[in-house]
Ligand binder design. Structure first.
Ligand code: STR
Length: 408
């Protein structure tokens, strides 16, 4: 697809310079016209505007409200279609229907309920760190495939009841799903296969419920309409898709931030700064999600002196928002663990769709990061920081690999 006229920023599907792109977005303005692989949309780059828009009912998830989709200008040939049309779930509906689809999941992932998962997370962390240690004895280890990627998949699978035998295939499928270099016919086949995998799983649980959230979603219905099979499948896919991809980013980005800020790492290891600060500052400074697609305007909406017209699409650019100087101050580009925690970041979103997995990801990172640095106090990068590249993934901030030396 060709470039779109009137879009000052073309988001790079190969993500060759994420910091540069984040800066350009922010400097271009608060409401910026962006070119998403040939498709125009608005990007929101300021904390205050995003916070307001995320509770604005005139902005909805329903793809049917998108003029470019209704008019046939955007089709299933668009590489980002899977992000805006992943099927019916709590991720794609609003209002009363959204509350109905989300209620059971939200109840299951409160900080208190999640404490039940702690032993499983600690066990998985220990087992993976054993593997890191063994490989590390032979040379540099890439923390992504050996540690950061398997842990969230294992944890979300325990919660949802996904068979661990599926993990290798799921990793292959999600990688192809998110990568912008995947040929589109292959991506559509991947989406079909994910759908079959999760539909089969929901059918198996319908016949034989187990002690997992998928079974709870199937059995839910007391005091309301039960979810349909397609809705349970949609929610399961949303949970696995989000739970798998985003926490990988949180863990890797935190490790990279600490290894490239040795003074702050020392403060953490000496107990002068907390792991909670590491997690929250990483979430703000190097957000696991660069851009969240997409919401659609049901009427004209004024934002920051501009107007989003009825039927236009809106992207929340969380990475730019995390670096918003109007909210985080003139040093917003600095990673600083002593930053005032009262100036909360917006990385998990806001309003009805606020990330239901926020507490789970904090729990995972809060176990994984201290365990990693306790086991390997001499951890250091095995390549210059400038050589660490992103995957060609437009929406997620997805480091390709993080090679480290783990022993001395
Ligand atoms: C991945 C593919 C799929 O089967 C279902 C979904 C719905 C939820 C989406 C997920 C997607 C991609 C990653 C998202 C997640 C919700 C939160 C997560 C967008 C499209 C984020 O990265 C914020």
């Amino acid at each position: 697809m060709s470039e779109v006229a009137g879009c000052p920023i073309v988001l790079d599907p190969l993500v060759r310079d994420l910091d540069g792109e984040t800066r350009r977005l922010r400097e271009t303005g608060a409401l910026v016209r962006v070119d998403l692989l040939g498709v125009p949309a608005w990007s929101v780059t300021r904390h205050a505007d995003a916070r307001r828009l995320l509770t604005d009912r005139r902005l909805v998830k329903d793809l049917g409200r998108w003029k470019l989709w209704r008019g046939g200008e955007v089709t299933r040939e668009w590489p980002l279609i899977g992000m805006v049309d992943p099927g019916r779930s709590m991720f794609t509906v609003d209002g009363a229907e959204h509350r109905r689809l989300r209620a059971k999941t939200a109840q299951a992932v409160t900080p208190r309920r999640l404490e039940n998962l702690r032993p499983a997370i600690e066990h998985a962390t220990r087992r993976l760190l054993d593997d890191v240690g063994e490989r590390g004895a032979r040379g540099p280890v890439d923390l992504k495939p050996v540690f950061a990627r398997p842990l969230p998949m294992t944890v979300i699978s325990v919660l949802m009841g996904v068979d661990p035998a599926l993990h290798p295939r799921l990793h292959v499928l999600y990688r192809a799903f998110f990568s912008m270099v995947t040929p589109q016919d292959e991506r559509l086949a991947v989406i079909g296969e994910l759908d079959r995998i999760f539909t089969d799983m929901v059918r198996a649980r319908t016949v034989r419920p187990a002690d997992d959230l998928t079974s709870a979603l199937i059995l839910a219905g007391e005091g309301g309409e039960p979810l349909t099979e397609a809705e349970v499948v949609g929610n399961l896919q949303a949970m696995v898709g989000a739970g798998h991809e985003t926490t990988v980013g949180l863990i890797l980005n935190a490790v990279r931030a600490l290894l490239t800020h040795p003074d702050q790492l020392r403060a953490v290891l000496a107990g002068a700064a907390g792991w909670e600060a590491v997690i929250e500052e990483t979430l703000r400074w190097d957000t696991p999600v660069s851009h969240l697609l997409m919401r659609f305007a049901t009427e004209d909406i004024e934002v920051a002196g501009g107007v989003i017209r009825e039927g236009e699409g809106v992207v929340i650019s969380y990475r730019a928002i995390g670096r918003d100087r109007e909210h985080h101050g003139p040093d917003a580009d600095e990673f600083d663990l002593t930053r005032d925690p009262a100036a909360r970041h917006l990385t998990f979103g806001h309003g009805p769709h606020i990330c239901p997995g926020a507490a789970l990801s904090r729990l995972e990172a809060g176990i994984a990061l201290p365990a990693l640095f306790a086991r390997f106090p001499h951890l250091r990068l095995a390549v210059p920081a400038e050589e660490i590249r992103n995957e060609p993934v437009l929406t997620q901030n997805d480091i390709r690999s993080l090679p480290v030396h783990v022993h001395g």
